[in-house]
Design a protein around this ligand. Structure first.
Ligand code: SF4
Ligand code: SF4
Length: 270
């Protein structure tokens, strides 16, 4: 996959127009590869022979080590609840392994640009592949496992599981943020019957630093980011105007300014 993208780089110096066209092509290659290589691999056959670990904690270590080996940047474990199912679908399994992959900060810092847009799609592709392989690994241990793709082709809402597993908190800009990488991540999830030790959820679902920071609110060119908190069904959060954001991003072939300006990875814990 990467090889196919790199082969297009051998022509030497490119004009701005050519560079944009090339980058757009690379984004499309990632989209195509997700559709052609990753759809239909969410589930698969489970090994008939079960591997036995000494404890659920030992299984958790094993799964997190495997996730790291696959290039996943951070992982957290919680129990499955159907409350976070996508559009009344059924989520298989008892445990959810929420995973995040970081984006290349140098490329995100070029936003809004084709390079930044390409980086978002690269991570969708790489994380999609790593997540599928994590589910395959668990099935090889003799336990069912279902891979929920970062593009949302799965059956669940990623952000609530990422928060419940202690992996991330919700930021003002409406996406999950981790202390190490801020909002410059993509999320995926594997749900499984493998007995796992669960991680502690954060004290607050919300990144409280956002109450004192308005960087993304000020930077957004279309005022899609909320200044005030909204209380929805007893949960306080900043509600993003997705329609405004999407129409701006679609018109300009991507945006990501809010991801670029967010200082959360540098200030979390303060
Ligand atoms: S991606 Fe752009 S338009 Fe959307 S919320 Fe962020 S800054 Fe605003
Ligand atoms: S830029 Fe500031 S307010 Fe916006 S999500 Fe990041 S930390 Fe929160």
């Amino acid at each position: 996959m990467i090889e196919r993208a790199e082969k297009r780089d051998i022509f030497g110096a490119l004009t701005e127009r050519e560079r944009r066209a090339k980058s757009n092509t690379q984004t499309n290659i990632y989209r195509d590869c997700i559709a052609q290589e990753q759809r239909g691999r969410a589930d698969g056959e489970t090994n008939a022979v079960r591997f036995n670990a000494t404890s659920a904690a030992a299984f958790s270590h094993m799964v997190k080590d495997k996730a790291r080996e696959l290039g996943i940047s951070a992982a957290g474990i919680t129990v499955v609840t159907q409350d976070y199912a996508y559009r009344e679908q059924s989520i298989p399994g008892k445990y959810a392994i929420s995973v995040a992959m970081k984006m290349d900060v140098h490329k995100v810092n070029l936003a809004p640009s084709r390079e930044a847009e390409e980086e978002y799609w690269r991570v969708y592709y790489e994380l999609g592949e790593a997540n599928i392989k994590l589910a395959e690994f668990i099935r090889s241990l003799g336990y069912p496992a279902f891979a929920h793709h970062p593009l949302g082709m799965g059956r669940l809402l990623m952000i609530p599981f990422a928060i419940a597993s202690g992996l991330a908190r919700l930021g003002r800009l409406g996406v999950a943020m981790t202390p190490e990488f801020g909002p410059r991540i993509r999320l995926a999830c594997v749900t499984t019957d493998l007995p796992l030790a669960i991680d502690k959820p954060p004290d607050s679902h919300r990144a409280e630093y956002c109450d004192r920071c308005l960087a993304c609110y000020r930077a957004c060119p279309v005022q899609a980011i909320a200044r005030e908190l909204t209380n929805e069904r007893g949960i306080e959060r900043y509600v993003l105007d997705w329609q405004r954001c999407r129409s701006h991003s679609n018109y300009h072939n991507g945006c990501g300014i809010c991801l670029k300006v967010c200082p959360y990875d540098r200030v979390s814990g303060k």
